[in-house]
Design a protein around this ligand. Structure first.
Ligand SMILES: Nc1ncnc2c1ncn2[C@@H]1O[C@H](COP(=O)(O)OP(=O)(O)OP(=O)(O)O)[C@@H](O)[C@H]1O
Ligand SMILES: [Mg+2]
Length: 500
């Protein structure tokens, strides 16, 4: 029986048709995948179901009864919970404060302590232990996500919407999440899952609905999906190239030489321990490791966001280990950051402005301190077209773009600078299958052009497919460097888990 039905739902943002005449039927206890390329309207549809947006037309039915949702509180009261693509916890508050925030309370004074005890108990029962008194800003992304899921469960969600829950998780965390999902559905919870990852869809979902340009093009059992290319074709409406051509690399001079760098965090915990490796022009060096083993700190040292306590970082012949980020970027370094929202873009600015954040002070972007808007406009329109950024025009507020399209323009901006060194952290995060392959192919082209590329990713397949050499990290140490030809999942997995 359908527990939830959306009938003829459409949503327009001005002239943008985000959802058009969508019919979605979800059965109790199933995991229903919502699929589609970046900008297809997945998040919008789920935001309507969560009461964040009001549909332009159409109706929602829960257990056959028509729902009128004015805000998320209405949705929560009806048992609908949502974990957003970009988390919505208040970072300065504790976990439990976030959980009770906006909840109806029967008590005159909210009993935070009692809520915290109940919450911790529930978390333990679900094998997702979390400290209710921890400040959200001190939590890892994986823990924040746990907090979001538990928050929805604490509020007695019977339908849980997960919008790209694994985009920011390590493969290990994703596996743990799937165990939780299986448990929840065994308890008759219903889950709607948005994902771009084929293996996840096959592993945990029962049925899927595919959106293309806001419209439903198919609903079917996932057992009927043949392979990734069939799915991609359904999403895009035409065949998508899913293979890559990596040519043998011909390394040039050394571009980046990291020499014995160490770094301790503010609690004096060692995060990097005498890390050394080199990248030559024309070479892609992948960094692999379980997330949190120093990759982030390494990237931040190279891009000047933090400084190593010892060791040297040579860009060409120059030591940049004590330089500021702005100086380093000026020397021909591009950075695709791990968190596009915090480090990659300014949500309230237009795409046009976001695209010139790094270069507005340079020719031909500006002359005699005057911005050359005419040139900038045509240049930026080229980037948007090349990287297939879906937007009404370049003057759109960047925050209005779908998550994947935000990622595309950040990547486009960084590659457009034709860097000598490209530092790419999770470059395909949140991208659909087609866009992922396109960006990966672009990384290969950058190395063929002669750039040195540092690729950090927790996706082993991505690392193995693109990298000439792979640096394996564990607890802030380099445990080994493997050539592409010798890299297997097993070998890398063993090294990542080895004792240091
Ligand atoms: N608040 C908004 N204002 C204007 N346009 C919006 C807004 N939210 C979404 N859109 C537009 O609606 C369309 C659908 O976006 P949505 O975020 O639903 O896509 P999505 O399928 O979730 O994509 P992704 O996989 O990249 O997350 C996009 O063209 C987007 O630019
Ligand atoms: Mg989305």
């Amino acid at each position: 029986m359908a527990i939830l039905e959306m009938k003829h739902v459409s949503k327009y943002f001005g002239k943008v048709a985000a959802n058009v005449d969508v019919n979605l039927s979800v059965e109790q206890g199933e995991v229903h995948a919502l699929l589609g390329e970046n900008g297809a309207g997945k998040s919008t549809l789920m935001n309507i179901l969560y009461g964040l947006y009001e549909q332009s037309s159409g109706h929602i039915y829960l257990n056959g009864e028509r729902l009128k949702l004015r805000n998320p509180k209405d949705a929560i009261n009806k048992g609908i919970g949502m974990v957003h693509q970009h988390f919505m916890l208040v970072p300065t508050l504790t976990v439990i404060e976030n959980v009770v925030l906006g909840m109806d309370s029967n008590h005159a004074i909210l009993d935070l302590k009692k809520s915290a005890e109940e919450f911790a108990e529930m978390a333990k029962n679900y094998d997702m232990p979390i400290d209710p008194w921890a400040k959200v800003s001190s939590l890892s992304v994986g823990q924040q996500q746990r907090a979001e899921i538990l928050k929805a469960l604490y509020r007695k969600a019977s339908i849980l919407i997960l919008d790209e829950p694994t985009a920011v998780l390590t493969p290990q965390e994703a596996t743990a999440l799937f165990d939780v999902i299986r448990r929840l559905t065994a308890e008759k919870l219903t889950i709607i899952l948005i994902s771009h990852k084929m293996n996840e869809i096959m592993a945990v979902c029962n049925r899927c609905t595919v959106l293309r340009q806001g419209r439903v093009v198919a609903t079917m059992p996932v057992s009927e999906i043949q392979d990734a290319s069939q799915l991609a074709e359904l999403m895009v409406g035409q065949q998508v190239k899913l293979t890559m051509d990596k040519k043998p690399s011909t390394p040039g001079p050394c571009v980046l030489k990291v020499q014995n760098i160490s770094y301790k965090d503010k609690h004096k915990v060692s995060r990097l321990n005498k890390v050394s490796f080199q990248i030559h022009a024309g070479e892609i060096v992948g960094i692999c490791g379980v997330d949190g083993n120093g990759q982030s700190e390494l990237v931040r040292c190279i891009t000047g966001l933090i400084h190593p306590s010892e060791g040297q970082i040579l860009l060409g012949a120059e030591d940049i280990s004590k330089e500021h980020t702005s100086e380093i970027l000026k020397k021909g370094v591009s950075h695709i950051p791990e968190d596009r929202h915090k480090m990659g873009m300014i949500m309230d600015m237009s795409i046009n402005e976001n695209l010139i954040l790094m270069s507005f002070h340079q020719k031909p972007f500006s002359k005699n301190k005057l911005l050359n808007w005419k040139w900038i406009r045509s240049h930026n329109e080229d980037i948007v077209e090349t990287y297939n950024v879906k937007t009404p025009d370049i003057y759109e507020r960047a925050g209005n773009l779908s998550g994947g399209n935000q990622q595309k323009f950040v990547v486009g901006r960084e590659l457009d600078r034709k860097p000598a060194l490209l530092v790419a952290m999770h470059p395909a995060r949140g991208l659909d299958i087609g866009a992922t392959k396109f960006i990966q192919q672009r990384l290969l082209e950058e190395s063929e052009r002669g750039a040195a590329v540092l690729l950090v990713s927790t996706e082993l397949d991505e690392i193995m497919e693109l990298s000439d050499r792979i640096v394996v990290m564990n607890s802030g140490n380099v445990v080994g460097i493997v050539n592409q030809a010798e890299a297997t999942r097993e070998r890398l997995g063993l090294m990542m888990a080895s004792e240091v």
